[in-house]
Ligand binder design. Structure first.
Ligand SMILES: [Zn+2]
Length: 231
């Protein structure tokens, strides 16, 4: 039996496309302070954050997961890294006041406020084309890895890696035996999280389009997110 060998992997190349690619918040990703930005359902957006600036991410429907990524302004090779965060925190969960670190173990993002019950995930890789194919999808399915790639391309940035995201509001409880469940978020409409940049960085947010498991709610469709600079 022969099996098709996949094409060589190119990190920055999406497996498909959606309107993320043509809708940056501005050509260079610099936001206007005080302006609310919409991330339509199933899409992503990138924005530049200066050291000391805060980013508020809002969950209007309450059941929507935000895959959050950050790469340093100095180098796309240094990025917010969940595996390094787990070591730094000594936990597999996060809480307000935590400082999230890069793959060089430098603090990059601090969780300064959280109106939700604080259930988030730092274990699970971003959904991607292959994940949906393995779940039984025959056609292209929007995914967070491609939203990350397209959000960055839309502001002229080329990623060197697709990191494991900080999955805000994603509820993946570890259960008996070390397994985990794919559960619905416990956040409520208009919950928000405030993240402060400890260094200049590029933040990427994806309104996760996962609709083949329960991570974006049961009986609910993937929904929009809103973000702004400042509180
Ligand atoms: Zn996703």
């Amino acid at each position: 039996m022969t099996r098709d060998k996949p094409a060589p992997y190119r990190t920055a190349q999406p497996d498909g496309s959606n309107p993320t690619a043509g809708n940056p918040i501005s050509p260079d990703g610099v936001p206007q302070p005080g302006q609310d930005y919409l991330i339509p359902a199933r899409q992503g957006r990138a924005m530049r954050l200066k050291r000391g600036q805060s980013l508020t991410i809002i969950n209007p429907q309450g059941h929507q997961v935000c895959d959050f990524f950050a790469i340093t302004e100095d180098s796309p090779a240094e990025f917010l890294s969940m595996e390094h965060c787990r070591t730094a925190l000594g936990r597999i969960t996060v809480k307000t006041g935590d400082r999230l670190v890069t793959n060089r173990r430098r603090a990059l993002i601090e969780i300064t406020e959280d109106s939700s019950p604080g259930v988030h995930d730092i274990l699970i890789a971003a959904c991607d084309h292959t994940r949906y194919q393995q779940l039984g999808c025959r056609d292209y399915h929007d995914n967070c890895a491609d939203n990350f790639r397209m959000s960055l391309a839309a502001i002229g940035v080329t990623p060197l890696h697709v990191p494991c995201p900080f999955n805000i509001w994603m509820n993946v409880p570890v259960v008996q035996g070390g397994a985990f469940d794919w559960a619905a978020p416990v956040s409520k409409p208009d919950d928000y999280v405030v993240l402060q940049a400890l260094e200049d960085c590029i933040a990427v947010m994806s309104a996760c389009p996962q609709d083949m498991t329960s991570v974006n709610g049961v009986g609910t469709a993937p929904a929009e997110l809103v973000f702004r600079i400042g509180r």
